[in-house]
Design a protein. Structure first.
Length: 318
C-alpha cells in the first residue's frame, strides 16, 4: 500500500509539474523577443531533436527507436503525428506572440470536448448522457463567441482540432512507441520544415539566435528542453495515476494561460467573451462530474478503490 501511495504521489507531482510548465510557456515565449514565431518554432523543432538524441544516448534507448524504424506503418504514423503537432505548435506560438493568449486557453479548455467528438465520429464510440450535455453546452459557447463577440475563434478551434487528432494518432500508435522515441521521430520528420523556415527568416527579417546577447541566446537554446521536459514528466505521471486524475489536472494549463492573458498581458475581455468563457466553464464542470461518476462506477464494478493505469500514448501533449 505504501509503495502504491508513493507511486501515486510521484505520478500526481509529475503530472502537475508538466501542466504547470505548459501553463507558463506563453511567458517563456514572450521573453524570447525579438525572435518571431516562425524562427521560434523552427528552433523548437531542431533543438527538441538534439535534446532527444542526447536522452537516447544517456538512456541507451536506441534499440526501441530502431525497432520502430523497421516498421513502415509506425514510421508513417509518427510522421503524421509530427505534422499535427507542428500545426499545434505554430498556431500556439503565432497566437501567443500576437497577443491572443486568452484564445489559446479557450482551445485547451474545449479540447476534451473536441476529443470526445472525434471519438464518436472517428472511433464510433458512444457518449454518455452527461458527455452529450457537455458537448452541447460547449457548442453554445462557441456560437456565443462567434455571433455575440463577432469573431470566429479559429485559433482555439485549430488548437483543439490539431491536438485532438494528434491524440487519435498517438492512440493508434499505442504502446509501440515510447515517449522519447516518439518525440525524436516527430522532430526528425519536421527538421526539413524547420530548416526551410530558418532559411526564410534569415533571408527576410534575419536570424536572432546569437544576435541579442548571451542571455537571449541561452533562453532560445532552452527551447528544446522546454518542449521535451514537460512531455517526459507527463509520461511519468500518467504511468502512475488514473485517467480521472489526469482529466482534472489537465485544466491547470488553460487556467494559467487565461490568467496570463487577462492579468499579465491585459488582453481585452468584453462582456460577450466573458459570457462565452463562462458557458465553456459550465461545460467543463459537466465533463468533470461525468468523469467522477464514471470513475465511481468503475471502482464499484471492480470492487477496488484503485484505478488502472492509463497508457501515456493515448493522451496528447501540447
Amino acid at each position: 500500500m505504501t509503495t502504491t501511495r508513493s507511486a501515486q504521489t510521484v505520478g500526481v507531482a509529475s503530472a502537475i509539474g508538466a501542466y504547470l510548465l505548459w501553463g507558463v510557456l506563453p511567458l517563456y515565449f514572450l521573453l524570447l523577443a525579438p525572435t518571431g514565431p516562425w524562427e521560434l518554432v523552427a528552433w523548437r523543432v531542431a533543438l527538441s531533436l538534439v535534446f532527444c538524441v542526447i536522452l537516447l544516448a544517456i538512456t541507451r534507448g536506441w534499440k526501441p527507436l530502431l525497432a520502430i524504424i523497421r516498421q513502415p506503418r509506425l514510421l508513417a504514423l509518427t510522421a503524421l503525428a509530427g505534422a499535427l503537432i507542428y500545426i499545434n505548435w505554430q498556431v500556439f506560438v503565432l497566437a501567443t506572440l500576437n497577443g491572443e493568449i486568452v484564445e489559446t486557453s479557450l482551445g485547451y479548455f474545449i479540447n476534451p470536448i473536441g476529443t470526445m467528438l472525434l471519438g464518436v465520429f472517428v472511433l464510433k464510440e458512444k457518449l454518455r448522457r452527461l458527455q452529450w450535455v457537455a458537448v452541447g453546452i460547449a457548442t453554445i459557447a462557441v456560437l456565443v463567441i462567434v455571433f455575440a463577440h463577432g469573431t470566429f475563434p479559429w485559433i482555439a478551434l485549430s488548437l483543439t482540432a490539431s491536438f485532438g487528432i494528434y491524440g487519435l494518432v498517438k492512440k493508434k500508435i499505442g504502446p509501440s512507441v515510447d515517449a522519447i522515441s516518439g518525440l525524436t521521430l516527430e522532430s526528425f520528420w519536421l527538421l526539413p520544415v524547420a530548416i526551410v523556415q530558418l532559411i526564410a527568416v534569415g533571408l527576410t527579417t534575419g536570424i536572432t539566435m546569437g544576435q541579442n546577447g548571451p542571455l537571449h541566446a541561452s533562453l532560445l537554446a532552452f527551447a528544446g528542453v522546454a518542449t521535451a521536459v514537460p512531455l517526459l514528466l507527463f509520461a511519468a505521471g500518467t504511468r502512475r495515476i488514473g485517467l480521472t486524475v489526469i482529466g482534472m489536472i489537465q485544466f491547470i494549463t488553460p487556467i494559467m494561460q487565461f490568467l496570463v492573458g487577462v492579468l499579465v498581458m491585459h488582453e481585452p475581455m468584453p462582456l460577450e467573451r466573458w459570457i462565452g468563457f463562462a458557458i465553456v466553464w459550465v461545460a467543463i464542470a459537466v465533463f468533470l462530474v461525468d468523469l467522477g461518476l464514471a470513475a465511481r462506477r468503475l471502482r464499484a464494478d471492480r470492487g477496488s478503490v484503485d484505478e488502472p493505469p492509463v497508457s501515456t500514448d493515448s493522451i496528447p501533449v501540447p
